[in-house]
Design a protein around this ligand. Structure first.
Ligand code: HEC
Length: 149
């Protein structure tokens, strides 16, 4: 009788312990790197210097590039022919975004996360290479940062 009770207690306790540890693990993982996708992409960029506050001049330049070259496919909050981009800087890292903008075709072939996104948006044509310079891509990144809440 006692051993049955013991076995029962253990059976109930195990899932409870997992329930308690699960969320803790998640926060620990996010603490290491605040981006949801742990992937720096493939391309020429190894690191990006990011200021504590937004660089307003870069935001302005990136905004005009966004509205002249990206917004025909991308909304900020609505889905047009591509993923909405407000908040994308919380999902993928600055290095990832820069590499994707500068090396789009190769990442579409080889990067597992971009391949997932393409799968999701397969009813639309894939993103064409954007022919941005590094400094243009950096200003677009700063504009995208300004759209994240
Ligand atoms: C012709 C349409 C089109 C244009 C123009 C375009 N994109 Fe895209 N973009 C897409 C599609 C479709 C995807 C989905 C993945 C793919 O096809 O590679 C995408 C994916 C992305 C992603 C990854 C989103 C995610 O959820 O991880 C980013 C970032 C991005 N685009 C930024 C830009 C920027 C910045 C510009 C302008 C310089 C731009 N795109 C121009 C169609 C476009």
């Amino acid at each position: 009788m006692k051993s049955k009770l013991f076995a029962l207690t253990i059976l109930v306790l195990i899932p409870l312990v997992f329930l308690a540890i699960g969320p803790l693990n998640l926060t620990a993982g996010q603490g290491k790197n605040s981006y949801q996708v742990q992937d720096n992409g493939i391309g020429p960029i190894k690191s990006v210097a990011i200021g504590k506050t937004l660089n307003k001049k870069m935001v302005g330049e990136g905004e005009s590039i966004f509205y002249s070259r990206c917004s025909k496919c991308h909304g900020l909050n609505s889905t047009k022919a591509a993923p909405p981009l407000a908040g994308v800087t919380k999902v993928v890292s600055p290095v990832f975004i820069m590499n994707y903008l500068l090396n789009t075709a190769q990442m579409q072939q080889k990067d597992p996360y971009i391949r997932q996104v393409m799968q999701y948006y397969q009813s639309f044509p894939k993103m064409p290479p954007q022919n941005l310079s590094k400094s243009q891509a950096r200003t677009v990144l700063e504009f995208l940062r300004s759209t994240a809440k």
